[in-house]
Design a protein around this ligand. Sequence first.
Ligand SMILES: CCCC/C=C/CC(=O)SCCNC(=O)CCNC(=O)[C@H](O)C(C)(C)COP(=O)(O)OP(=O)(O)OC[C@H]1O[C@@H](n2cnc3c(N)ncnc32)[C@H](O)[C@@H]1OP(=O)(O)O
Length: 363
Amino acid sequence: MTEFSRRLVRRCWLSAVQNPLQVISFPALQLHVSGTAMRASQEDFENAMNQVKLLKKDPGNEVKLKLYALYKQETARQNYVDLVSSLTSSSKSSSQAKPGADRERQGYENLVVTSEDGITKIMLNRPIKKNAISTQMYHEIMLALKTASKDDSTITVLTGNGDYYCSGNDLTNFTDIPAGGVEEKAKNSALMLRDFVGCFIDFPKPLIAVVNGPAVGIGVTTLGLFDVVYASDKATFHTPFGHLGLSPEGCSSYTFPKIMGPAKAAEMLIFGKKLTAREACAQGLVTEVFPDSIFQKEVWTRLKAYSKLPPNAMRVSKQVIRNTEKEKLHAVNAEECRVLRERWMSDECINAAMNFLSRRAKL
Ligand SMILES: CCCC/C=C/CC(=O)SCCNC(=O)CCNC(=O)[C@H](O)C(C)(C)COP(=O)(O)OP(=O)(O)OC[C@H]1O[C@@H](n2cnc3c(N)ncnc32)[C@H](O)[C@@H]1OP(=O)(O)O
């Protein structure tokens, strides 16, 4: 038990003796006494985080996961602020939309989905977290893709709001451990990931990525499943799986060697080499790079022209290209998820997530 936990337990016990009406909520690190809430101070929390960093003996995965869960609760207030901020920024985005924009689809918390000029645009909208994909966002993106596959638009675009396209999987996703423990979490995550990537494999219409800024992890790997990828020259492409104790997903273990050759793919997927937009274009992952100052204008002008092409011809052409590979891609997806399920339970992966959450490591 750390000094912080000892102090906390002592505080709970003293309060309980002094006021039997109180409710003690240990996991939230919060004591409700006579209607007033007393929180462990920010200083207590930071001290505890520092003590965790200084622990000489590895406390083991069970304890680490408890720490993640408690950390997550302490950051719940931050999540509240994020959510309110994303609501503000989606209303800003919609107020910035041109009059005449067909419609904005409601009901998404972290996406802005619009349909205009025959184009459905799915915009990741969590800019203060660099568009990291939370568990809820995985489900929202799947829903948006399924809806777009059936709507009357001719092409579908995925892009990001703010300076990032996507910073990959939200590394706090794994702090939400269910009763069945880390194994159940890994199993559920693997199932969700398989469905998520499956939506990209099966998407029936032309799917375009408009990569407005840096892309990380699953934000990069899924690009191999798009039909066209346009990038700002500010974008970078980074798959730091080695650093995170992870292995490739999004079918990248198959699409990347095929697109760029096995050696270049290995540099990215095994060693985490970060590519500039121009390098990614030279290696075939990106279709075309534009100077950031004219990126949005040029890309949307081009996409509007493409969206007027005969829709059935575009759909059939996409499908005839994709169908020869579909079975293979689903098999690759299943295998990548199987391997990742084990990775998520490894010390390498848990330590890397812990390092990020305790702000010891970034990419
Ligand atoms: C279940 C499906 C699993 C699928 C598996 C997928 C694998 C992957 O996607 S692996 C890639 C995971 N992503 C990362 O490792 C990126 C981690 N983030 C970073 O290294 C940095 O945040 C980044 C380089 C992206 C940006 O650095 P800065 O420009 O310095 O910004 P900040 O670090 O201050 O970020 C702002 C804010 O956003 C939070 N953030 C950013 N990325 C993530 C993320 N991936 N997960 C969770 N949170 C993220 C960051 O913590 C900051 O939050 P606050 O500290 O609360 O301000």
